[in-house]
Design a protein around this ligand. Structure first.
Ligand code: HEM
Length: 429
């Protein structure tokens, strides 16, 4: 069925349900994620693939990811020295927020940076609001109550976000003006690329300022908690499966040695680390359901699907289907190793849409390569440098609770509270 939706009938299922939000509000139909399948979406998709999230831009930003991972590790090492318990999830959230913030507008979310911190809070508030409004939208005739309850807050968040983004856009425009009107510097960020398209009179589609601001919000929504929540699941699985932790550490030591920190460029040689991240995405897909809409009447298998029917692809169920995956609820990275006897599952997964944490078809996630780059390197760095001891009842060998939270994405119900212990300090040399 999913192959029919993502491949055979891809163009017919390339739209998403219309957003219940007013276009002027955050999460209205100005955004890219919710955009109808039309000229605006096509233009932005091309910009994502060729510029914004292209291999070249990912390569350009490799240094800043390295700096953010280093900053994250130093925090863990400092806490270890003070025998201080840390909330690993909170640190991973900071890491992804900083990384995306810096990639988008060359500034990071930290206590010292008020603007980036305010944006981060606005994104969080708007995400919570979106959840509440979506819920009230499902109340049928009572849906107006939701809008009445939340519209004041939604307007307030939107106008503060607009003001702040406008200021940052103007600063970027001023910087380009001082540079002879050129946005095309070697260190250009995603905001520069968007502004370049905005000012390009010959562009095949003229994006508006509102669309630019919504797109930036989309990058935060789609790019931060997705990666950070997936990494939290990976860390929890690693703590609960010490033999996998050790096998991955052995792999890193044999590839990287024991005198330097693992780098993003090592990842192609770290098959087991990559398999850990893939297995995490299989067992804990952050987007458990993918919403699409069928545009025109069509027939799939024996089902007649009328045009305008909303469809939810159940990624969670596909990833745990016992007809496809052996011992589906078991965390087993080996199934993603090409040399393993279970490798047929991986190959089968790629061809027959059994492994779809990033969706599929033309509406597939454009941030997939960036997400893998950040997640693989961060997880490898933790494995290489840090042991995490679970705090709480159970003493030595205590496990992390794996309950899922009730939320819009598949996140963990409880924080990962751990005492970090340094195994290898790469900054000591
Ligand atoms: C673990 C990390 C991530 C996961 C699991 C994930 C998953 C997904 C999924 C399932 C979709 C819907 C695809 C479909 O309809 O077929 C999606 C869309 C999207 N993702 Fe990601 N994503 C992740 C990271 C990122 C990152 C890092 C970015 C960019 C910074 C990003 C940007 C987007 C955008 C812009 C869309 C909308 C695409 C469209 O509607 O055409 N994602 N993502």
């Amino acid at each position: 069925m999913v192959e029919a939706i993502f491949k055979t009938h891809d163009a017919n299922f390339a739209a998403r349900p219309v957003s219940p939000f007013d276009d002027g509000l955050l999460f209205g139909n100005n955004g890219f994620i919710t955009a109808p399948y039309g000229d605006y979406w096509r233009f932005m998709k091309k910009l994502c693939v060729t510029e914004l999230l292209s291999p070249r831009q990912i390569e350009r930003s490799r240094g800043l990811r390295h700096e953010e991972i280093t900053r994250f590790l130093r925090k863990l090492i400092r806490s270890a020295a003070k025998t201080e318990v840390v909330d690993v999830g909170a640190l991973l959230t900071q890491l992804t927020n900083n990384t995306i913030c810096r990639m988008v507008m060359s500034t990071s979310c930290s206590e010292e940076n008020d603007e980036a911190e305010r944006i981060k809070d606005l994104v969080k508030r708007s995400f919570q609001l979106a959840g509440k409004i979506s819920l009230s939208n499902s109340l049928g005739p009572l849906r107006k109550i939701g809008f009445w309850l939340y519209s004041k807050e939604a307007n307030e968040v939107t106008s503060t976000y607009n003001e702040l983004l406008e200021k940052l856009l103007k600063e970027h425009e001023k910087k380009a003006k001082n540079n002879g009107g050129e946005f095309d510097r070697e260190d250009k960020d995603l905001m520069d690329i968007l502004l370049e398209a905005f000012h390009d009179e010959k562009a095949e589609f003229r994006i508006t300022r509102g669309q630019m601001k919504s797109f930036i919000l989309d990058l935060f929504i789609a790019g931060t908690s997705t990666s950070s929540e997936t990494m939290q699941w990976a860390v929890a699985e690693l703590i609960n499966n010490p033999e996998i932790y050790k096998a991955a550490r052995d792999e890193i030591e044999s590839v990287v040695g024991t005198s330097r920190l693992v780098e993003e460029t090592d990842i192609p040689n770290l098959n087991y680390v990559q398999a850990i991240v893939k297995e995490t995405l299989r067992l804990h897909p952050n987007a458990a359901f993918i919403p699409r809409v069928c545009h025109q009447d069509c027939k799939i298998n024996r089902f007649d699907i009328p045009g305008n029917t909303p469809v939810a692809v159940n990624v969670y169920a596909i990833s745990r289907d016992p007809a496809v995956w052996e011992n589906p609820t078991e965390f087993c990275p080996e199934r993603f190793l090409v040399s393993s006897s279970k490798s047929t599952q991986t190959n089968k997964g790629q061809i027959s849409f059994d492994f779809i944490p990033f969706g599929g078809g033309r509406r597939t996630c454009p941030g997939k390569n960036l997400a893998y780059a950040l997640m693989n390197t961060t997880i490898a760095s933790i494995i290489q440098c840090i042991d995490l001891k679970v705090i709480g009842e159970g003493g030595k060998g205590a496990k992390i609770g794996m309950e899922e939270a009730v939320s819009m994405s598949l996140s963990m119900a409880s924080p990962i509270q751990c005492l970090p212990l340094v195994y290898f300090n790469p900054f000591e040399a």
